[in-house]
Design a protein. Sequence first.
Length: 132
Amino acid sequence: GFGQPKVENAALVIQQTESEFQIVTGTIIKGQKSVTEETYKLDGKEKVQVLQIPNSEDTIKLTTKVELKKDKFKIRSKSNSPQTTNDVKKELSLSKDGKVLTLKTKTTNQTGHMVNQTEQKQVYDRQPPAAE
């Protein structure tokens, strides 16, 4: 895409327990490794956090809700600050044979009257477990 650096390698590791769903994403962009970890409670409750904006007196209100139904996991997070509103919808779905995971992300960002929307689709092939 425009202005986006090329991802050289990406790995997605998903672990699920009875009460939590964890996604660990590892990427390599321009030789730099990056790992992000997201953990979601499967209690059906909306999670609300108030986060401090670095180098500012303002805060961001972040609301996250997740839903797990059969082979689809949906994440919706909304953040509001005095300047912007972001709405991110992610849907992870597994193919019937369990070999392909598709991650669809739709982001809506509003600053004043300006609205920017992006949609992204990432497809991951299941890898055999690493030998110990």
